[in-house]
Each structure stands twice: as structure tokens, then as C-alpha cells.
Design a protein around this ligand. Structure first.
Ligand code: SF4
Length: 320
């Protein structure tokens, strides 16, 4: 059963201009995204910067309101919930940021930071809170006596462990992790990813894992959704996506990330030439047609739908 379902999610940001600051357009950051995540599963959301993947995460967390679509968390529709009504659900969906330091009060000890959600949600206070925080520190690989330290006294990897402990403190079902290891050294990245995998196995956590890095995705994801200009263009299991990418954009991303054969790499790299068009003015038809070497006339006028072309393998391309 799915713990998180997202159905035709849309988030458009208005653009205002002119003397009267009238609405003159919109940025189509997310344009009809659907997926579901099961208990204990990691869905990776991958794409270039500006493709809308972080906006999907923020919208699901209700940090920004969706323009349309549906978000169902643990069987309950949370799409239209206002902040007050959303509060009890925040326990069930937590987040890990790229830079946990930016969300930590520098004047508070790390123990207080990790214990804050326990107090805010009325889960534990005083000694019980401290005991729980100490256990969380230990679980994420930090010494319990580090609870007295301040966030600036930790390394990048340790701060990310603090962020994970804070997210875990309220025993969520789902964690939205937005580029959680991209600021870390590669060796530290692997340690943090392995910690996340272990915690998932222990607690049945579901992760929506947002990253631009395919190597990271390969390490942690069970399934991967590839986004391009606000839309999912391909979704498949990790094994299937890496073995048999069907969308030209996925093919290009993979060949740029993994280029064992220089001749092949040269040919494939040509596919990703050119900039990503602005989401304020996406190309008509298939958004990828301006960069796609296989584009045909139909691609310029008709938008391909995401279809299941093999069991569990979805692709949005007229040629598949
Ligand atoms: Fe390329 Fe056309 Fe497929 Fe889009 S629909 S990816 S332009 S072939």
C-alpha cells in the first residue's frame, strides 16, 4: 500500500510585470506530476537544475500550496489543508535539507535542536526527551555527549546526521530528502546514504529522494522518476532504468554520467547540447523536442503522455 500518493500535481508561479504589476505569465515549475511511494521504498526524483524536482518536494511538504492536483498522505487527502489543520500531519512527513545548518538555530545546542520536535508535538519532555535525543544521537552515529555542542562545531557530515536525527525524532512515515548529500565529500556521502538505507530497513521509512546525481540515485533508490521541465518523462525501477533507458533525455543523462566508451560518450553527449528552455516559456508539444535528436514533426505539436510500455516502466515519448 502507498504511504504517499501524488496525482496530477501542478505548481505554477505567477509572473508579474508592467507598471501595474499585472500577471503577465507563469512559471510552470510542476506540470502534472503523478507517482506513489510504498512503505519502505525510495523513489528517486532526478533531473537538471530548474526541472521542478525541488518544487515537487516543497509542495508535497505543503511549504508551498499546489496550484492543482492531489496529495494523499497515509490515505488522507492533505491537498487543501491549511497550516493549522496540516500540523498533526507534519509528524508523518519530515524533510532533510541539503544544508541542515541553515534551518538550525545557531544559539541552541544540538540536543535542543533535535529534541524540539518532540516538545512541539507533545511527544516527550524533560528527562524522557533527553533520553530519546541521546538514543537518536547514538543511532545516527553521533556521541550522546555531543548534545551540548552547537551546530557550527560539527562537520558537514555530522550536521547532516543531526538533520536526520531531528527528522527521525517524531517517527515519520515519509521523508522528503532534497539533495541531502550533494554538499558532502564523496566518502562522507556514502556513509550518510548507508545510514539512510539502514534506517529505512529498520523503520519501514519511505523516501522521496531528490537529486541531480545519478550515482547517488543508483546507490539509494528502488525506483527512479526522471523529470524534465516540470514533467516526469520516465519512471522505472532502478535496474530497468539503468539497463534500458527509453526516453532520449534519460539516455542523455545516463551517458553523460556514465561514459565507459569514449566513442559512445561523444555521440551521446551531443544529445544534451543546448540549454534547458525556460519553464516560463516551455516549448509546445514534447518539452524536450528542442534538444532531442530523434524529434519528428508530431513532437512539436503534441505532448506525449506517460504510458506504461513494460510492467512498471513508464515513458512519455511518441516513439516508444
Ligand atoms: Fe524526442 Fe519526440 Fe520523444 Fe520528445 S516525443 S523525446 S521530442 S522523440
Amino acid at each position: 500500500m502507498s504511504v504517499l500518493e501524488v496525482d496530477k500535481l501542478v505548481k505554477h508561479f505567477p509572473i508579474h510585470g508592467g507598471l501595474l504589476q499585472r500577471r503577465v505569465g507563469e512559471v510552470r515549475a510542476v506540470d502534472g506530476v503523478s507517482f506513489a511511494i510504498a512503505k519502505g521504498e525510495t523513489l528517486g526524483l532526478v533531473g537538471e537544475s530548474g526541472c521542478g524536482k525541488s518544487t515537487v518536494g516543497k509542495t508535497i511538504l505543503k511549504l508551498i500550496e499546489p496550484t492543482s492536483g492531489r496529495i494523499v498522505l497515509g490515505g488522507e487527502d492533505i491537498t487543501a489543508l491549511k497550516p493549522g489543520a496540516m500540523w498533526p500531519h507534519r509528524k508523518r512527513i519530515q524533510t532533510i535539507f541539503q544544508d541542515p545548518y541553515s534551518s538550525m538555530n545557531p544559539r541552541l545546542s544540538s540536543g535542543t535542536i533535535v529534541g524540539e520536535p518532540l516538545e512541539n508535538f507533545g511527544i516527550a519532555r524533560g528527562r524522557e526527551r533527553d533520553e530519546r535525543v541521546a538514543a537518536l544521537f547514538q543511532r545516527v552515529g553521533l556521541r550522546p555527549d555531543a548534545m551540548r555542542k552547537f551546530a557550527h562545531e560539527f562537520s558537514g557530515g555530522q550536521r547532516q546526521r543531526l538533520g536526520i536525527a531531528k527528522a527521525l525524532s517524531v517517527s515519520p512515515d515519509v521523508i522528503v530528502a532534497d539533495e541531502p548529500v550533494s554538499a558532502l565529500d564523496v566518502s562522507v556521502q556514502a556513509q550518510v546514504l548507508n545510514l539512510l538505507i539502514d534506517l529505512q530497513e529498520e523503520r519501514g521509512l519511505a523516501y522521496l529522494f531528490i537529486s541531480h546525481d545519478l550515482a547517488v540515485m543508483r546507490h539509494i533508490s528502488h525506483r527512479i522518476a526522471v523529470m524534465y521541465l516540470g514533467r516526469i518523462v520516465e519512471l522505472a525501477t532502478k535496474r530497468e532504468l539503468f539497463a534500458r533507458p527509453l526516453h532520449p533525455y534519460t539516455e542523455a543523462l545516463l551517458s553523460a554520467a556514465t561514459a565507459p566508451d569514449p566513442r559512445r560518450a561523444k555521440r551521446k553527449r551531443a544529445i544534451v547540447q543546448g540549454d534547458v528552455p525556460s519553464p516560463a516559456k516551455p516549448p509546445p508539444g514534447c518539452h524536450f523536442h528542442t534538444r532531442c535528436p530523434y524529434a519528428v514533426a508530431e513532437c512539436k505539436v503534441a505532448s506525449p503522455t506517460l504510458r506504461e510500455v513494460a510492467p512498471g516502466h513508464f515513458v512519455a515519448c511518441h516513439l516508444r
